[in-house]
Design a protein around this ligand. Sequence first.
Ligand code: BES
Ligand code: MN
Ligand code: ZN
Length: 500
Amino acid sequence: MKFDLVIKNAADVETDCLVVPVVDKGEKDRPQAAVLSTEKPFHDVAQELIASGELSGKALELAMLYRPAGVKAKRVLFVGGGKEKKFNPNDFRKIAGAAARHLKSRNIRNVAIALPSSVHFHADNAVRAAVIGVLLGDFDPDTYKSDRKDQRLESLTVVAPAGSDEKLLRAALDEGRIIGESQNFTRELVNEPSNRLTPTILADRARQMASETGLHCEVLGPDDIKALKMGAFWGVAQGSEEPPALIVLKYSPAGAPAEPVLGLVGKAITFDTGGISIKPADGMEKMKYDMAGGATMLGAMRAIAQLKPKVKVNAVICASENMPSGKAQKPGDVQIAMSGKSIEIINTDAEGRLVLADGLTYARTKLGCTHLVDAATLTGACVVALAMVNAGIFANDDAMYERFEKARHQAGEKMWRLPLDDEYRDMIKSSIADIVNSGGRYGGAVTAAMFLKEFVEDKPWIHLDIAGTAWVDEAKPFIAKGPSGIAVRSLIEFVRGFAA
Ligand code: BES
Ligand code: MN
Ligand code: ZN
């Protein structure tokens, strides 16, 4: 998609469709639509729609007009942003996404969007939100549809009023493009089925992305993994015919201080059958998305490489299948992790924490990471706790949590902190080894996080359980059903926060 910025009256912009935001500034039960434009023609043409109740400003409500008087665009699409008092850049992002999805399904390819007037956030935030929203809305997981007619949007023109700071807004446009495209890069990977995205292929994709963006990339294979004594990682990988890959990306910009060194560690199980503790057949096809944590880190690194914050960042992606076979690990087996800790395997389906254990140790001891973040589709228990609405956040350090929370809020992603009290440590005690890999039914998201905590030592650390949120089960007006790309934006903001 092509992006452009024009600074002029929106009524004078020639386009297939101009998107204009509307909010509701009424009291509770008495909606009162207000068009977010200072230009008279938009108020004039909206009058009858508002009077008839077809336009109330309610969130994501759509009303299309053809060739309205006094406006050069072929169409005007009014999109509701909800209550005026709460209206923020995230609402505007959703407006842009809903407009994109509505228009692309009607074969309208060239679109303009007017920045909202008289709102309490800055115009550059609105530009970023518009570009990200349109890119995310434009995405459909239709790679393998043979009748896929290319419905992608061709161009987006962001229209800013006269007197706007062009340099600032152009920079925001570029940033929005990098962030939106990177989130879609993640979604594209997550959508791939496991026969088309093995650990080896994921590593190839990472290498290619790295060479395009100037990142350093190194891929460790089975022999390296064994030589590093990554017994936890290898225990998972040993059951598969597909070789595992430990993908390492390094971003080290000139002028960055020696510390901090951020480490982004991702779970990339390209297919999770459960192993010998095999999963039921029903719904197992979804387990192709068990590599979403790794894909999240790849998307974040792709953006970081282009946004160039002055801070060192490494990513470690633990890619493997989890398969049952004659070579697979079995319940009761004991594996020695790279850190030296011994793990009694209670359930081979609790494989994510095993690969991450060694990924975290590698980031800490071999890459010198001072701060760690991991992302993983780790537990069904997190889905039970928070459903598909919030991702789970765990942190062993409040300052680190506050930093992440700020970034998450800026990025407009939903996540909720869950506890890591010492009391939970008892639930992963083993009678024959240091720890077990499964704490049982109760508090499953927490005991999985407690397991990971064993491997971060004293480093400030954030764990994101994205099991429920990495996949959108029901399409929303602004996003297709399928991979969500959750956490990519929060991670980008988090990393940038260290450089600011
Ligand atoms: N990949 C799954 C977790 C998952 C479940 C992701 C549902 C997305 C949707 C993970 O490897 C797993 O199987 N976890 C087990 C752990 C249990 C055996 C302790 C689970 O959550 O059931
Ligand atoms: Mn599993
Ligand atoms: Zn898994």
